[in-house]
Design a binder for this molecule. Sequence first.
Ligand code: PHE
Length: 357
Amino acid sequence: MENLDELRDDLLSQVKAADLEALEDLRVLALGRSGTITEMVKGIGQLKPEDRRSAGQQLNVLKNTIADAIDARKEVLEAEALDAGLAADRIDVTLPQRPASAGRIHPISQTIDEMVAIFCEMGFTVAEGPHIETDFNNFTALNIPPEHPARQDHDTFYLPAGEDGERKVLRTHTSPVQIRTMVNEKPPIRIVVPGRTFRADHDATHSPMFHQIEGLVIDKATHMGHLRGCLEEFCRAFFDVDDLPVRFRPSYFPFTEPSAEVDIGCSREGGGLKIGAGAEWLEILGCGMVNPRVLENCGINPMQYQGFAFGLGIERAAMLKYGIPDLRTFYDSDIRWLKHYGFVPLDVPNVAAGLVG
Ligand code: PHE
């Protein structure tokens, strides 16, 4: 039975080279129901009786040798596969986390959110209007007729005249939204209007595009005490200084009478600017009682209704609150600037300063 040794060696070398799949094929080919060795066992009956016993023993040995070799090879291959899987899926829990690069909220958006939140708590709602305005809404209805000197102060951007000869303007302030609201809504009115405004002016402290927030309150008995209380409360809440000194100085705007400018206290000791009680004042907003002529221009009876209005620059307020030194940097779109001065967005709305990472 020399060929049995040959068969064994051949099968063993095949087992040695097989992968897991080939190994199962091999098992079927050698030991399966019609496998090579199984067929030989079945053939024992045809041998001479005296040869049967030793043939049976040899085939049994061969069968066991091959089965054992297949099992051993299978074990090795399975262990190898497991090791490879573990190595590939390995997680290094000591690695530092990847930096999460979340966007930042621009200081102008943040400041608008903060201001709107303060006024909304006082019962104001938000109104908006278009950047391109009629001359009437931006000037005439606000008691600034064509020959009025206040028009020169505004450095207006005019659009080319339309077919009807009308020249529209880029709104020079948010005040035209006062007009739009009073024309379209009945008092009581209590709105704030954040938005973009435009003036042909460009230097270190002026940008041709900037932001304002306007306020308007119209009701039957709204008086100057309300104006004072509202703006004092706003300044203290916005700058987060409870005892912030707030001063009203007489001023002039064509659309308010009387008019005032509001200053807040500050000090400049030690070089830095500090908002709060101190030796100096900073102008922060313009305001006044709505001029009866403006009410009339909007179809509101000034004998029945009165109210107040105010307007302030958002960039300036943001610069003061957050110590941003240069107005022009707001519009440079410099990502490093935004990383420094921007705000981390949170799920909680209007969580203000102090949380920048
Ligand atoms: N519209 C004025 C400005 O741009 C600000 C203002 C608004 C003043 C409302 C009084 C009342 O300077």
